[in-house]
Write a protein that binds this ligand. Structure first.
Ligand code: ADP
Length: 447
């Protein structure tokens, strides 16, 4: 899409609004002026006609009326039978039957008659005012006045000049106003760091909020990424240092022959830890892609959570025996739409933790069922060491451990619950944790 210039658009709009306003004002002014001008002409004619009629009543020689007439002002006196008693401009009435003229007829009927007609040259109007005298005759006066078009034509150079001046002023005003409107926006975008403090218009608030939260999100993501990289390097460094140390002892011949098998076992164990760690990291990265990209979504199918619980118990039974922990399942079938492999991993990670952070003689129970509004859920409850209150909000973070040595001793990577959190997210589930130090923990997922 072609990006348009806001400054240009506002300038044009303002400019055309000014022009439109100017034309409208000019039309309004002209029509008001013309109406007032006409009203004034009629008022003047009425006064003049009344004055002349008084003179006319007393003068015996009607040709004396000529003193009132001039080139633009005509006087006609018509007898009751239509005979023209006096005409100041004989050529005007030469071809017309005077009694047929509307103002004359009107004056004979009502006492007063008015009419407006174009002159022969069409460049002017003649305003006629006729009044009936006491002896029944009709006195008509006619005043030539320039037509509106003629006035307009005469004033054209001034009008054009003022229009030109107006255009320049309108353009200047539009440009100036636009700059005043857009300048604060440009100012705001210059300092994106503090954009939320420099919002010039209320209408921009949602836009600025979106930019601000996007920036916070990006900064936060960047921070998480940096922390994650630092943690991964740190986690990989300790097994690698051990492997390198043992390998060096063997290759340099400093290790006693009888120690070599135990060193090899340690190298193997550390390498195994690294493999598990790398697998967990890859898993997390896969889950990140699944939740961020629509095309990365896993395949879903109908899954019975109770069945997955049973499978988990079967797989974890040896682990549980080794830790002297009893494993059990309660509840009934609960079907959800989900990914089998991911959900199986969810059960495994939760059970694995419940066994690892348990006490000899302890108990781990998987509970599957439906909550009040028939929402399927699964829970893993244990009677283990519990989680201190201050750590409960953080155990789902990557690499967070309450007791680092205990986690490492039992083969933990610090990523198990972060993976659980992501799997729940991919399934749109809700994760809750209840735990009491020394008494046990219950982690539930509602789907
Ligand atoms: P790890 O690999 O260290 O077990 P997790 O992400 O699975 O990492 O768990 C994070 C931390 O949460 C663990 O190190 C442990 O301190 C605590 N934790 C997890 N599950 C339990 C549990 N069932 N009982 C007590 N503490 C637990």
């Amino acid at each position: 899409m072609k990006i348009r210039s806001m400054t240009q658009k506002i300038s044009y709009r303002l400019f055309f609004t000014c022009i439109f306003g100017f034309i409208l004002a000019a039309l309004l002014f002209t029509s008001t002026f013309y109406a007032a001008f006409k009203a004034q002409v009629w008022a003047d004619l009425s006064t003049q006609a009344n004055g002349i009629s008084v003179v006319c009543e007393y003068c015996t020689d009607k040709s004396d009326l000529a003193i009132f007439a001039n080139e633009d002002f005509s006087i006609t006196l018509v007898d009751t039978d239509g005979t023209v008693l006096y005409e100041s401009h004989p050529s005007d009435t030469a071809n017309n039957y005077i009694t047929e003229q509307e103002e004359i007829q009107e004056a004979f009927q009502t006492g007063i008659g008015i009419a407006q007609r174009e002159t022969q040259s069409l460049a002017a109007y003649t305003y006629y005012y006729a009044v009936q005298l006491s002896d029944g005759t009709v006195l008509r006066i006619g005043q030539d006045a320039q037509s509106v078009w003629k006035i307009f034509h005469n004033a054209l150079p001034v009008i054009l000049l003022s229009c030109g001046g107006f255009l320049v002023v309108a353009f200047g005003v539009a440009y100036f106003l636009t700059r005043r409107i857009t300048a604060p926006i440009m100012e705001m975008t210059r300092d994106l760091e503090h954009i939320q403090n420099n919002v010039p218009y209320r209408e921009l608030s949602p836009f600025v909020s979106a930019i601000y939260s996007d920036r916070l999100l990006r900064e936060n993501n960047e921070k998480i990424r940096q922390e994650f990289t630092a943690n991964v390097s740190h986690e990989l460094k300790s097994p690698l240092t051990s492997i390198s140390g043992y390998a060096e002892l063997i290759t340099s011949g400093l290790a006693k022959t009888e120690d070599i098998p135990s060193f090899a076992t340690k190298i193997h164990a550390e390498a195994q830890r690294m493999i598990i760690l790398v697998e967990d990291i890859l898993r997390l990265s896969q889950l990140d892609t699944m939740s961020e990209r629509a095309d990365g979504a896993p395949q879903f199918e109908q899954i019975n959570l109770y069945e997955l619980g049973l499978e988990c118990i079967e797989r974890q039974s040896i682990n549980a025996k080794r830790a002297y922990v009893t494993l059990a399942i309660e509840g009934q079938d609960a079907f959800i739409n989900g990914n089998r492999q991911l959900l199986s991993e969810l059960f495994q990670n939760l059970c694995d933790n419940a066994i690892r952070y348990n006490k000899p003689g302890g108990r781990v129970t998987i509970v599957v069922g439906h909550s009040g509004a028939s929402i399927p859920y699964m829970k893993v409850r244990d009677t283990g060491i519990g989680i201190p209150k201050e750590s409960q909000g953080r155990i789902f973070e990557r690499f967070y451990r309450v007791d680092k040595s205990h986690s490492k001793e039992t083969g933990g990577t610090g990523l198990g619950l972060a993976i659980v959190k992501h799997i729940v997210l991919v399934h749109d589930g809700k994760l809750t944790l209840e735990s009491e130090l020394g008494k046990g923990t219950e982690i539930s997922v509602r789907f």
